[in-house]
Design a protein around this ligand. Structure first.
Ligand SMILES: C[S@@+](CC[C@H](N)C(=O)[O-])C[C@H]1O[C@@H](n2cnc3c(N)ncnc32)[C@H](O)[C@@H]1O
Length: 345
């Protein structure tokens, strides 16, 4: 088997240095949640800095995620282009590349993947209703103005409720890219065992797979079409203090959709606490995980070991969208509905 020394291993390394050691055309699917290049979450990810509670909400006197740095997107593009070129080389023809991102820098990430030679086939969306709002009030700035107190008060009243332009972020975009197929999709599938999607996979209430998913019950319609199993308390591991652990069900969904071969290899070049590898292992697929941080590598290995000890530990309940009455449906829909008004002529 290709890559035999790395198969089913979690490797502590800088991905950019490790990927060149992986054989070309040898990986079926790459699923990854790279550093989003927002604030401290970049390719110099430092566990202590990221985990320090004092750093969570204030960075250089601005809340985390608020500081607008045009250069961050450019740095992300340059770095991710090199990563994507390597991923292109090691994927089999027709192999899939799923890459999570933030709404703010998705465009840079998708362009890097595109420019590396991939076909961007779709953008998936992980939808949720809860997140911390990052907008800042402007009282602090009004206070500093060199004007009369009464004028300040007037401005304060006039701009009551107006904040810096960041509303609650409630989705994560995921680029779905594919290495070009060898001739037809069918030819590619028969030759390399990858390249088509498994539409037998179900989502929500036994529905055809969609490019939108959620892991929280929102309302009858959304649950019916897009709900994946909610994470169990056990799946993360109580020892796991990684700040951005992905839900297992999402990784499982993407693997089930895209990995056909029995011995398919799923690679996550930014494995963090190991979620992609745990999902691959649960589904009987091979994995390779890479992370620079030794602490996360240990956590990932521990989670994988738990799966050996108790294969049923993360067993999921069957996906079934909960039944709701129409009143509660109307109520929960309010979260997203904007009242319709006629445009004035
Ligand atoms: C968003 S997290 C991944 C979390 C993961 N999906 C999980 O469920 O735990 C990104 C990871 O990339 C790692 N990382 C950052 N730069 C890296 C690099 N150059 N090479 C390898 N890993 C890196 C960080 O240590 C971090 O764990």
């Amino acid at each position: 088997m290709k890559n035999s020394k790395d198969i089913n291993k979690i490797i502590c390394a800088d991905t950019l240095k490790l990927l060149p050691q992986i054989e070309g055309n040898s990986i079926d699917v790459v699923i990854t949640d790279p550093p989003y290049f927002l604030d401290k979450l970049d390719n110099n990810w430092n566990h202590e800095e990221v985990s320090n509670q004092n750093n969570q909400y204030i960075i250089k006197s601005l809340p985390a995620g608020m500081k607008f740095d045009r250069e961050q997107g450019k740095r992300f593009y340059t770095w991710y282009l090199d990563i994507s070129k390597e991923i292109f080389r090691i994927l089999k023809p027709g192999g899939f590349f799923f890459s999570f991102s933030s709404p703010r820098l998705y465009h840079r990430m998708a362009s890097a993947i595109d420019d590396a030679g991939f076909e961007i086939r779709d953008a998936f969306m992980w939808l949720y209703t809860q997140n911390q709002a990052k907008a800042m009030g402007i009282d602090h700035f009004i206070k500093k103005m060199d004007i009369d107190e009464k004028v300040k008060e007037k401005i304060r009243k006039k701009l009551n409720g107006w904040k810096t332009p960041q509303i609650k972020s409630c989705f994560e975009p995921i680029a779905m890219a594919q290495k070009p197929a060898d001739h037809t999709y069918l030819n590619n599938m028969l030759k390399y065992g990858v390249g088509l999607f498994n539409t037998n996979v179900r989502i929500g209430d036994n529905m055809y797979p969609a490019n939108v998913f959620t892991i929280e019950s929102i309302n009858e319609l959304i649950d019916k079409a897009f709900l994946l199993p909610k994470p169990t308390k056990k799946e993360k591991g109580e020892y796991n203090d990684h700040k951005t652990v992905k839900p297992l069900a999402i990784c499982e969904y993407l693997i089930k959709l895209s990995a056909f071969a029995k011995n398919a290899v799923i690679l996550d070049p930014f494995i963090g606490s190991g979620t992609t590898a745990v999902a691959a292992k649960k589904l009987g697929k091979n994995y390779i995980g890479i992370d620079t941080n030794d602490k996360y590598v240990k956590i990932a290995k521990k989670r994988l070991k738990k799966l050996d000890d108790k294969p049923d530990l993360f067993r999921k309940l069957k996906i079934k969208a909960p039944k709701r009455n129409f009143n509660s449906y109307k109520f929960s829909c309010k979260k997203f509905i904007i009242p319709f008004s006629q445009p004035s002529t």
